[in-house]
Write a protein that binds this ligand. Sequence first.
Ligand SMILES: Nc1nc2c(ncn2[C@@H]2O[C@H](COP(=O)(O)OP(=O)(O)OP(=O)(O)O)[C@@H](O)[C@H]2O)c(=O)[nH]1
Ligand SMILES: [Mg+2]
Length: 131
Amino acid sequence: MSNIVAIVGRPNVGKSTIFNRFTESRQAITDEVSGVTRDRHYGKADWNGREFSVIDTGGYVHGSDDIFESEIRKQVELAIDEANVILFLVDAKAGITDLDQAVVKLLRKSNKKLVLGVNKVDNQAFIRRFC
Ligand SMILES: Nc1nc2c(ncn2[C@@H]2O[C@H](COP(=O)(O)OP(=O)(O)OP(=O)(O)O)[C@@H](O)[C@H]2O)c(=O)[nH]1
Ligand SMILES: [Mg+2]
């Protein structure tokens, strides 16, 4: 079976940015505003000679009070169904949030391979705080 990597995580952690990097494209729109990716994107990656399919997920819905937006839950469940490997992305600048914990709880229930990616470690504020 071919390898399919799904990038999941709460809004604005940088999923689409990494998707574009993997696919060497600008296929996915990235923005400083949360909730830009509404659905999923599929692409092909060739990373150091390893080929895999990559899925960028979205699902943020503005204005909901629900802590774990139902659209995000849907995207995480679809990613678990479709992928063999899940790249769970968090934002080092923002730290761990309730939404991160809700996402990881769902991911742990699946028996898919999980890789934790910590993004935005380049941020100036982060570097000043921790270095
Ligand atoms: N400092 C810094 N900013 C980043 C990094 N990766 C992404 N960003 C910025 O973070 C913002 C959000 O990035 P996206 O890739 O759109 O994030 P996303 O997770 O796809 O967001 P949604 O589709 O809204 O869920 C953009 O302004 C990016 O330029 C990083 O490694 N460091
Ligand atoms: Mg996105």
